[in-house]
Ligand binder design. Structure first.
Ligand code: FMN
Length: 389
């Protein structure tokens, strides 16, 4: 038996390769090579193993091979996809984070009808917000399984949804009856080469919350409960209409965002010169009638318009790690404010470690307070950059 066989007998190396390298393929679609019906039936049969609400067999697939129909669908796709052509004009050669997806998507817009066939996934039903399962949402699991089945057989595609903006025109062209929703139109082809890489994505520990929205842990817990040793943390996020540059101006000024926190009194830079990794500021804090404290805050990441991270007390043994991250989100930004409670050099760790049976509870209560404070901070920042709602 290979080392990589799982408890259930799967070869995990192969399965994980499939799951991590099924990419949106556009520029590497081989438009010259035909794909047989036999192979498509095989992939659709595999995709049909996906779940549906109420086990309702309502999915339908449409394979478009006729060149004139493909051309007309390509024209409709290009009407919607013009935005990618325009964006490519602005981003090509700039190194912008969206440059690759935009140039690749624009390429597909220009070449959509060259795919040997277009495969649409459709379902009987309309998305009526009724809350009932079995309609629209039941198509998506099989659409993704179809991608995986294609990849496993040397084929590729992109999850192309822009024709959803032209439902009436598409229905007319393909004779689709009322009451059917088409969700995605896959340009299917063999891929040029078989090597694809996993995509950079946020790690699970950043985006998985335990018991409360925003409660993270850096490491998996041994018994499922929160422990100081696992790096318990808090995340809050907020979307702004302002661009990253405007958000950065606020969050990079240490007295600006912190003024919204209940525990903050003021802060001063202790180091001269331009701010960067290694710069230090003094933060003064207070919980009225409980305690006042000061902390040295050492900047451990400083990426203009993107990341400002600092560690309190000692960067190697931080009492806490605090971090602002800004990402473009649509026309505005998403601000993420996170913190991780350190294993020492803070007030929480000794209290949490005093009695292991109460550790989870101590960390829960402290994080509720942090979360409320941090929420005030991001809302304050948003109001500063967007103006009050
Ligand atoms: C709901 C959804 C809609 C998408 N719509 C399109 C589309 O209309 N055109 C396109 O070229 N790619 C489309 N994509 C593909 C994404 O752009 C692609 O998955 C994303 O850039 C990440 O790349 P990756 O899948 O290779 O990791 C869509 C993906 C999803 C999940």
């Amino acid at each position: 038996m290979s080392d990589s066989l799982s408890e259930s007998g799967f070869d995990l190396q192969q399965i994980d390769r499939l799951l991590t390298t099924t990419r949106a393929v556009r520029k590497r679609l081989d438009f010259e090579r035909d794909v047989s019906d036999e192979l498509l039936f095989e992939c659709i049969d595999l995709a049909e193993q996906a779940p549906t609400g109420g086990n309702d067999a309502s999915r339908r697939w449409i394979v478009i091979r006729d060149q004139s129909l493909k051309n007309q669908l390509g024209e409709l796709y290009a009407e919607v996809g013009e935005l990618f052509i325009n964006a490519r004009g602005r981003l090509e050669g700039t190194g912008h984070p969206k440059e690759n997806v935009v140039t690749s998507s624009a390429y597909l817009v220009e070449n959509f009808s060259k795919a040997p066939e277009l495969v649409m996934c459709a379902i009987w039903g309309v998305h009526d917000n009724s809350g009932r399962p079995g309609l629209f949402d039941s198509a998506i699991p099989s659409a993704w399984s179809f991608n995986l089945a294609l990849r496993s057989r040397g084929l590729g595609t992109a999850y192309a949804t822009m024709l959803n903006n032209k439902p009436d025109e598409v229905a007319e062209l393909l004779g689709i009856p009322h009451g059917v929703t088409t969700l995605v139109c896959f340009p299917v082809a063999y891929t040029l080469g078989n090597e694809f890489s996993p995509a950079p994505r946020r790690p699970a520990s950043d985006i998985t919350y335990f018991d409360q929205w925003g409660f993270t842990r850096t490491e998996p817990s041994v018994d499922g409960s929160a422990r100081i040793q696992d790096g318990p943390g808090v995340v809050v996020e907020i979307d702004t209409e302002a661009r990253p540059r405007a958000v950065w101006e606020v969050i990079s000024d240490i007295n600006m965002p912190a003024q919204f926190s209940n525990e903050f009194v003021g802060a001063d830079w202790l180091t001269d010169g331009p701010i960067g990794v290694g710069s230090v500021f003094k933060g003064r804090n207070a919980i009225p009638e409980v305690r006042n404290w000061e902390t040295d805050c050492i900047v451990t990441e400083w990426l203009e318009r993107q990341v400002f991270e600092w560690r309190i007390t000692d960067p190697a043994k931080p009492g806490a790690i605090w971090r602002f991250e800004i990402a473009e989100q649509g026309a505005g930004s998403r601000l993420r404010f996170s913190m991780t409670i350190g294993k020492e050099n803070n007030g929480t760790a000794p209290r949490a470690l005093q009695d292991p049976s109460l550790e989870n509870e101590v960390l829960f209560e402290r994080r509720l307070i942090h979360k409320a404070n941090m929420q005030r901070v991001v809302e304050g920042v948003r109001d500063l950059v967007d103006g009050p709602a």
